[in-house]
Design a protein around this ligand. Structure first.
Ligand code: NDP
Ligand code: 8X3
Length: 255
């Protein structure tokens, strides 16, 4: 029987690439996001190309009732979740703190912290009952260093860093692995969302450098989940070769 993985934010970017990688590794997939059409397209792709079963769950991760209803009502055969990838997240806006917009701040805090907590609270007891599991949180280099205008987004990713450490401690005796995967610049829809559909500004984020793509992060997750039962990667930072950390990127004059 195939193992089961749940990936949040599977409609785009890192989450979509991770769902496809997990299907390639032989998992059946629970995929979540708000864009139902994309979830159904991905379901077909996973079923046809990888012969994996897929269960799409369409909900807003910020809504506690929607999250709990969706997870509590999954059919029994989907409840033995081995891998949870807490990926859904976003940055919105890039302002100095004194100019920040409350709506932007609330979207980031509610998605990146509350949403991750709601899902984890619903799935972790299932893993504990099954005496096995691996929770992979998608943190960020923004959760390792703070940069100008990053303020609230950075704070949410520092929270992911802290929660990853906390989960590791709290679930140690239950044989649950927890890994905080911290990417640098990955070209996805991330910058389009951050700059509110200003595609020129989004594109400029990756000017004169070669960013990572979703598959690069999926491949890191492939490695992390492939390790033997007695080995757990707790924290891993992955950047483009031309990026040292959240603050320093080398932009090539000739690129
Ligand atoms: P994308 O914008 O491409 O994907 C974000 C995903 O999150 C989408 O599937 C989106 O689904 C989902 N999502 C966002 N808000 C909600 C919500 N309220 N409810 C449910 N799902 C939601 O960006 P990335 O793939 O780049 O981002 C994935 C993760 O990686 C995020 O946590 C991000 O912070 C992190 N990250 C990204 C980096 C980058 O440079 N790209 C670097 C470091 C970390 P939908 O819109 O359908 O709901
Ligand atoms: C996304 C990477 O550097 O834009 O988490 O914050 S960064």
């Amino acid at each position: 029987m195939k193992k089961i993985a749940l990936v949040t934010g599977a409609t785009s970017g890192i989450g979509k690439a991770t769902a496809i990688m997990l299907a390639d590794c032989g998992f059946n997939l629970i995929i979540t996001g708000r864009r139902n059409e994309r979830l159904n397209e991905l379901k077909s792709q996973l079923e046809i190309k990888y012969k994996s079963e897929a269960l799409p769950l369409c909900f807003d991760i910020r809504n506690r009732n929607e999250v709990c209803n969706a997870i509590e009502n999954i059919p029994a055969k989907w409840k033995n979740i081995s891998v949870l990838v807490n990926n859904a997240g976003l940055a919105v806006g890039l302002n100095h703190i004194q100019d920040g917009l409350f709506d932007d701040w609330e979207r980031m805090i509610d998605t990146n912290i509350r949403g991750l907590l709601y899902i984890t609270r619903c799935v972790a007891p299932m893993m504990i009952e099954n005496k096995q599991g691996h929770i992979i949180n998608i943190g960020s280099v923004a959760g390792k260093d703070v940069y100008e205008n990053g303020n609230v987004y950075c704070a949410t990713k520092y929270a992911v860093d802290a929660l990853s450490k906390a989960m590791r401690i709290d679930m140690l005796k239950h044989n649950i692995k927890v890994t905080n995967v911290c990417p640098g610049a990955v070209e996805t829809e991330f910058s389009i969302v951050r700059f509110k559909d200003d595609t020129e500004r989004a594109k400029a984020t990756y000017d004169r450098m070669t960013p990572l793509n979703g598959d690069d992060i999926a491949n890191v997750i492939r490695f992390v989940i492939s390790l033997p039962p007695h080995v757990c990667v707790n924290d891993i930072v992955v950047t483009p070769t031309s990026q040292a950390n959240a603050l320093i990127i080398h932009r090539n004059e000739n690129q």
